[in-house]
Design a protein around this ligand. Structure first.
Ligand code: NI
Length: 266
């Protein structure tokens, strides 16, 4: 079973690195300090429409032994999310969000539904679908139209299905005690962090502290031209123990809300 889990995450990671060159550099930077990098979680984005809703994406992980855990609501961003955990705590958690399409404008709904109409639902059954990118054409005009209303929708329409971010588990780093030390190292090395809601989202009081790079700007081939837009990013998570001494494994809505903004266009 582990081999399949590992194979899936290897596929996701290889695709992710093409859209987050900084992540690969940071990974190499930490590895050069003899750090063993444990992936705390990945995040996937989707629309709540058949055949690509949250449940469809989640099925790939449930099949590999993952279990559904927390539920999260992001009212302003019109998102619903769940996280999934593997019985082996060293396997990455999976955070899947979906845009509640019925809540966006009729114009954006029409755009999204038109793109998905061309999707072959048989493809969604393959694990590799999770990092298959997009199977539709998109113009820069359509991208801009979506982004005026929802950065999330625009990102998903432009990039399709792939890991939005991977996450370094700060708890498993040996040379860094605190997330702030990791952030200092990253800034010193020239990486830009997402400052929405402060560099560090959360903390010991909510048992989870998170930071992230700003998404790398990558070239995307649109129907009319190639344009550089925010791609994927790397996150850093430090988890704290509850009163019973157990490490917190969930997510924090207020922090995740700001992490989503790592892919906003500035
Ligand atoms: Ni995350």
């Amino acid at each position: 079973m582990h081999n399949s889990v590992d194979a899936l995450f290897t596929g996701l990671w290889q695709d992710f690195c093409q859209h987050a060159p900084s992540a690969e550099k940071i990974h190499a930077l930490l590895a050069s300090k003899n750090e063993a990098i444990v992936n705390d979680h990945i995040a996937l984005r989707t629309f709540n429409l058949s055949p690509i809703g949250l449940d469809t994406l989640a099925a790939h992980f449930l099949h590999l032994g993952y279990q559904a855990k927390g539920e999260y609501h992001f009212k302003t961003k019109k998102l619903y999310a769940r996280h999934f955990e593997h019985p082996d705590p060293l396997q990455p958690k999976v955070f899947i969000s979906e845009l509640l399409v019925e809540q966006v404008s009729p114009q954006l709904q029409t755009l999204i539904k038109g793109k998905l109409a061309k999707l072959d639902s048989a493809l969604t059954q393959q694990d590799s679908f999770l990092y298959s990118g997009r199977a539709w054409d998109l113009s820069t005009e359509e991208y801009q139209l979506a982004s005026q209303e929802s950065e999330y929708a625009a990102w998903l329409l432009a990039h399709g299905f792939r890991a939005n971010h991977f996450t370094v588990s700060v708890n498993h780093l040996t040379a860094f005690e605190q997330l702030s030390e990791v952030n200092d190292e990253l800034k010193q090395a020239g990486f830009a962090l997402n400052k929405a809601g402060g560099e560090i989202k959360g903390g010991a009081d909510v048992m989870l502290a998170q930071s992230s790079t700003l998404a790398d700007v990558v070239d995307v081939h649109f129907a009319d031209k190639t344009m550089a837009i925010p791609g994927c990013f790397y996150e850093f998570a430090q988890r704290f123990r509850n009163k019973k001494g157990q490490l917190y494994t969930g997510f924090v809505e207020a922090s995740a809300d700001k992490i989503f903004q790592s892919t906003d266009q500035t």
